[in-house]
Design a protein around this ligand. Structure first.
Ligand code: FAD
Length: 405
């Protein structure tokens, strides 16, 4: 593997997830040489959707010169039925089914995007010879003025900067800063993925979702929700989730990895709670249906990397972005949005760094812009996660109090 000749050493981006692709699309746009690598094949389906927020997607679209309607038409979960990812986060009481309008949490402009389509939106904008799927980074060699990425197929590539965008279990981080580890938070999310005929979805859930691409209910120390992944005239793919406080398994150690759950385990995890639910949540968690779903449980993790650790790697030509440096719990977190914005901010800094031939200062200025945002993002998401699992009486009182105002 060799970089394109007659151009300066490229930026090497490890990880074609949200943060790496956001950065790559902007480097391509600005003509800054780069290569991006991912362990997985391009065809890998990501199987879930994500809430995109204005403070992340607007800077991206402005920098790329893409119109918001065109972006939504490319990535929204329900574009095949004429939608644009509309999201109304109308909380319901899971035990009565009633709406709790006072607790509505829609803030600013936001919509639901399909993760696979989002990746494709980015990859289509990249020169094919700069994107390398099925290419796993195994080591990083710090060369002084440059940096070399080593891959499992034995190939190597030298770059002027290596961007660790390889997610919460980052290989780059574990090689260079092994002491910076995610911490496990005492909450577990159980998730199922399901495909149903559109007529069945409309009949069973249409009256509750009211056109929104998600539905969320608060229960007694638990949250139950549904997120549309892909809505077409024929079928609707959606994921359901049930979250509760506490680690999965009998010990913290047991619950560190996301894993496929057996239907027995999932049925038994939701049986008690299901009995106390109103429709449509009771039906959502019905035993017969769960047995046909793809099932997972997700540990909730967060990661803070001390500033001095990221700072000292500037001299080694390595910069961290996305979940590799600031993971937030997937539920209640905004890690994907922060990842998008990281790509935008780093590309902006690198543009100046290339013009002034000073990449170190460019990375420094990126950290100056982004680091505080990451810390606040992680802190806020941990707090939201903690607040979500309250007794139902607390939720009801909160709703009444807000209604009375
Ligand atoms: C079910 C679910 C729902 C979520 N919902 C939301 C939401 O609504 N809003 C939100 O903001 N966030 C959400 N998130 C979180 C969001 O998806 C992550 O924060 C985001 O994907 C992080 O982006 P990233 O690019 O940093 O890392 P990732 O998306 O994890 O990408 C890292 C990439 O690096 C690759 N990689 C790893 N190791 C190597 C290696 N050694 N060599 C080469 N490649 C490698 C991986 O294959 C992967 O493609 C959700 C997450 C999940 C799982």
């Amino acid at each position: 593997m060799s970089a394109v000749t007659n151009e300066p050493l490229p930026v090497l981006i490890i990880g074609a997830g949200i943060s790496g692709l956001s950065l790559a699309s902007l480097l391509e746009h600005r003509g800054i040489p780069f290569h991006i690598f991912d362990t997985l094949p391009r065809s890998h389906s990501q199987g879930y959707s994500i809430t995109l927020r204005w403070w992340a997607f607007e800077p991206l679209l402005n920098a790329l010169g893409v119109d918001e309607q065109d972006f939504r038409a490319a990535v929204a979960t329900d574009v095949a039925v004429g939608g644009d990812g509309y999201l109304q986060i109308m909380l319901r009481d899971a035990h009565t089914g009633e709406k709790l309008p006072a607790l509505q949490t829609n803030e600013g402009k936001l919509f639901r995007a399909n993760r696979t389509e989002l990746r494709e939106f980015f990859v289509r904008r990249l020169s094919p010879d700069r994107v390398h799927f099925e290419c796993e980074l195994t080591d990083v060699i710090l060369d002084g003025d440059s940096v070399t990425a080593v891959f499992s197929n034995g190939q190597m590539m030298k770059g002027r900067l290596l961007v660790a965008a390889d997610g919460v279990r980052s290989t780059v981080r574990s090689k260079l800063e092994p002491e910076a580890e995610p911490v496990l938070l005492p909450a577990t999310v159980y998730m199922g993925q399901r495909r149903v005929p559109t007529s069945e979805y409309n009949h069973e859930l249409g009256g509750y979702v009211e056109g929104s691409n998600a539905l969320v209910a608060v229960g007694n120390q638990c949250i139950i929700g549904l997120q549309v992944v892909k809505h077409t005239p024929e079928t609707v793919d959606y994921s359901w989730m049930y979250s509760r406080p506490g680690f999965h398994g009998s010990s913290e150690k047991e619950s560190t990895r996301t894993s496929v759950a057996s239907s027995e385990e999932m049925v038994s995890a939701v049986t008690d709670v299901r009995l106390a639910l109103a429709e449509p949540f009771k039906g959502l968690l019905s035993e017969d249906r769960i047995r046909n779903d793809a099932l997972y449980h997700w540990p909730m993790r967060s990661l803070r990397v001390p500033r001095e650790l990221v700072q000292k790697r500037i001299d080694s030509n390595v910069v961290f972005i996305g979940d590799a440096v600031h993971a937030m719990p997937i539920f209640a977190g905004e890690g994907g949005n922060h990842g998008l914005l990281d790509g935008v901010q780093l590309a902006e800094s690198l543009k100046v760094g290339v013009e002034q031939n000073n990449i170190d200062d460019a990375v420094q200025s990126f950290y100056d812009d982004a680091y505080e945002r990451w810390q606040k993002g992680v802190e806020d998401s941990e707090k939201r996660l903690n607040d979500m699992h309250q007794p139902i009486e607390v939720w009801r009182k909160l709703s009444e109090k807000k209604m009375a105002k």
